[in-house]
Design a protein around this ligand. Structure first.
Ligand code: BG6
Length: 498
């Protein structure tokens, strides 16, 4: 295999995401030898910093995930020596030409050191910047700082537009400068361990795959909750709301992986083809299948928690939802009539992301009378807890040991912490590694994105045009009661509440 070099430029290097996620993920990859041997990292932002200042800035957040007790300062020092900084405007080509010169310098010295002169110098750009400057940066980077010899790839973070039209426009603009192959649209939920495991669970266990359809599954629930509010991110959030922030991407991506048909192979295009098919089979979401909420201030245990509209970065009187529940349907042979319920909210009583699969009743259940009148309580439920405390458990009915016949619900329980006593990699580590390797399986293709927006765009428009007021719920509560009614309308009981 030919050796090549890779330069990773993080555009927006002084931002939160870069500091909290991207640099630590790059360091973890370096620590684990999962990054090409000859690499260099550049931070790019408007703030004026020297290389040393940038190293200081990021060294504070490079906490060693690998082994929290290990002393990784040597490795950290080696890593920091490969980090450089260039300050420039986001829309100025000459600033990117300067970056290009610096990149060439580093690439040259890496090639010299490794005696691999003449081999490819690959470049990856990570756009950790607001969407209104995506296109400017891509224009400048592709014109003035793309690799003359190897590949150039660009990772973009959501939001990819606000609706079908703006998303299509963004795609069009990016494609003036990049091919679809060069664009890596990130959805970090796809890098999470339990989301990655979904296909393994389904397609390599005989006990699950045959049950994976309307014949045996009554409903599927995708639940995301956070126990904190927008906390200073209100400026961004208010423009998008929870449906665009979480449902249209993170939860919908999980749904697509959950519900897709068996792909021809594990190749990226085969998987993405199946995801697009399932998304395109989905019914456009209707207003009466959505409940929106917004958190209000609340005092608990002598502490007071702010309302969403108290966030100084949120406009007064904002109607932006911080909570939403929705009932979605896939109109294909496998899933006809099965409700897929989504629920996502900020400032709720707990922080959790999980998938709940509720199975049908056992026909002619011999033990009916042991469950009283509530047969729902006796159905099996498979829970995939994405975070925290990663776990997969199956609720089954079991006889309580003893002389009489008493049943209870027990869990067949796979707790990751007990079974796999290792630190689970952060989603960004896997995704960065994949982007460097050119593995596109976990990135969103443009037709997938179009299909995803098509499901949500009409209802988003309607909510905004009709200025539908969100149902207020207290900070730290279980969210608006409307979510119960929505579920009940579809004969569903939320698994996380029962
Ligand atoms: C981001 C959203 O995509 O995901 C945030 O913009 C949210 O609002 C975050 O807090 C949640 O990610 P995680 O990995 O912490 O669950």
């Amino acid at each position: 295999e030919l050796e090549s070099t890779v330069s990773i430029t993080v555009v927006g290097a002084s931002g939160d995401l870069a500091k909290k996620k991207i640099f630590p993920a790059l360091f973890a990859l370096f620590y684990e030898d999962c990054i090409p041997k000859h690499f260099t990292i550049f931070g790019y932002a408007r703030t004026r910093l020297t290389d040393e200042e940038m190293r200081n800035m990021i060294s504070k957040t490079l906490a060693c995930r690998i082994d929290k007790r290990a002393n990784c300062s040597d490795k950290m020092e080696q890593f920091l020596q490969r980090c450089f900084y260039h300050s420039g405007e986001y829309g100025l080509e000459e600033n990117f030409s300067e970056l290009d010169r610096k990149l060439k310098e580093q690439e040259g010295s890496m090639q010299c050191l490794a005696q691999i002169v003449g081999r490819l110098a690959n470049r990856l750009f990570y756009l950790s910047i607001p969407p209104n400057i995506f296109v400017d940066v891509v224009r400048c980077a592709s014109r003035s700082a793309s690799s003359p010899t190897g590949w150039t790839r660009v990772i973009v973070e959501k939001p990819f537009g606000r609706d079908s039209q703006s998303s299509a426009e963004l795609t069009q603009s990016l494609k003036q400068y990049l091919t679809e192959d060069q664009i890596f649209r990130i959805d970090h939920y796809l890098g999470k361990e339990l989301v990655e495991n979904l296909s393994v669970l389904r397609f390599s266990n005989l006990v699950f795959e045959p049950l994976w359809s309307r014949q045996f599954i009554r409903n599927v629930q995708l639940i995301f909750s956070e126990d904190f509010g927008t906390e200073g991110r209100g400026g961004y959030f208010d423009n998008y709301g929870i449906i665009r922030d979480i449902m249209q991407n993170h939860l919908l991506q999980i749904l697509a992986l959950f519900a897709m048909e068996t792909p021809v192979s594990l190749a990226a295009e085969d998987i993405r083809n199946e995801k697009v098919k399932v998304l395109r089979s989905m019914r456009v979401l209707q207003l009466d299948d959505v409940v929106v909420g917004q958190y209000k201030g609340h005092t608990k245990g002598g502490r007071s928690y702010p309302a969403y509209v108290d966030d100084p970065t949120v406009p007064k009187g904002s109607l932006t939802p911080t909570f939403a529940a929705a009932a979605l349907f896939i109109d294909n042979a496998r899933w006809d009539g099965v409700p897929f319920l989504m629920k996502a909210g900020k400032a709720l009583h707990t922080g959790r992301a999980e998938i709940r699969v509720q199975f049908r009743h056992v026909p002619g259940n011999l033990y009916k009378r042991n469950f009283g009148s509530d047969l729902d309580k006796a159905t099996n439920e498979l829970v995939i807890r994405v975070q925290p405390d990663e776990a997969i458990y199956l609720k089954i009915n079991n006889k309580v040991p003893g002389l009489n016949m008493r049943l209870d619900r027990s869990n067949l329980n796979l707790l990751y912490a007990a079974r796999y006593p290792i630190e689970i990699p952060d989603a960004y580590e896997r995704l960065l590694m994949d982007a460097i390797e050119g593995e596109r399986r976990l990135f969103i293709r443009s037709d997938e994105l179009d299909a995803a927006w098509a499901i949500f765009t009409p209802v988003l428009k309607e909510l905004e045009e009709k200025r539908i007021a969100p149902e207020l719920y207290p900070y730290g509560s279980r969210g608006p009661v409307g979510a119960y009614y929505l579920a009940a309308k579809h004969n569903v009981r939320w698994g996380d509440l029962s």
